[in-house]
Design a protein around this ligand. Structure first.
Ligand SMILES: *Cc1c(COP(=O)(O)O)cnc(C)c1O
Length: 217
């Protein structure tokens, strides 16, 4: 989109229904732009890399921003992630559970956690396959102290239009299946990026994660 950040924000906002949250993905942007974004009304920022995020957090300490980790999480970075983010969207494998439990016990509170699922084959993306998730359901639900709030997904490159919509719908169906299994606390569906967020919203997204459409001129 052309124009400055304020214009891009206004145009984007007009396309996101009330009730769908926006995570402004700030990985492409520097501190002054983040400050401007906050003053325009964005309050949820998503970052992929913990170290980069920490520097921005430090510089923006004076603002009550809610920080979301949306990028791949290495096991040895779990303690940092738990301390520095209110939300972690990328819990993508069983081996993250023990370090999450340890870090959360040490801090005394849990970030909001989402399970990253991958229902379409994509060797480049991590995430739980449906069967994998269902097989670990009891372990996940029994893990003390973890504040699960929903599912997150990213589509393989090249999924657009109806194909994107159908793929997002599969994630929505999985959420409903998990509700039927008694896991009703998974209320959030974090899906949709600049290229595909309208389809994600149509399929039931509660949070969209938008970077380039806002921050790339
Ligand atoms: C970069 C990124 C986004 C934002 O993507 P855009 O296409 O720039 O909107 C959303 N989610 C994740 C996990 C990302 O890495």
């Amino acid at each position: 989109m052309a124009g400055d950040l304020a214009e891009r924000w206004q145009r984007l906002r007009a396309t996101i229904p009330a009730g769908v949250g926006l995570v402004a993905v700030t990985k492409y942007s520097e501190v002054p732009t983040l400050r401007e974004a906050y003053h325009l009304g964005m309050a949820h920022f998503g970052e992929n890399r913990i170290q980069e995020a920490q520097q921005k957090q430090e510089a923006l300490r004076d603002l009550p921003i809610t920080w979301h980790l949306i990028g791949h999480l290495q096991s040895n970075k779990v303690p940092l992630a738990v301390r520095h983010f209110a939300w972690i969207h990328s819990v993508d494998r069983p081996s993250l559970i023990p370090p999450l439990q340890r870090a959360i016990a040490a801090v005394g509170s849990s970030p909001k956690l989402l399970l990253q699922v991958k229902l379409e084959p994509d060797p480049d993306k991590s995430g739980w396959q449906e069967a994998d998730l269902l097989a670990h359901l009891d372990t996940l639900r029994a893990a003390d102290g973890l504040n699960w709030v929903g599912l997150m997904t990213m589509l393989p490159l090249g999924y657009t239009g109806d194909r994107a919509y159908e793929a997002f719908l599969r994630v929505k169906r999985l959420q409903e299946r998990l509700w039927e299994q008694g896991w009703s606390q998974l209320q959030e569906l974090s899906m949709g990026m600049s290229a595909d967020y309208p389809e994600a919203i149509r399929a039931g997204a509660t949070l969209v994660r938008i970077g380039s459409q806002l921050f790339r001129e």
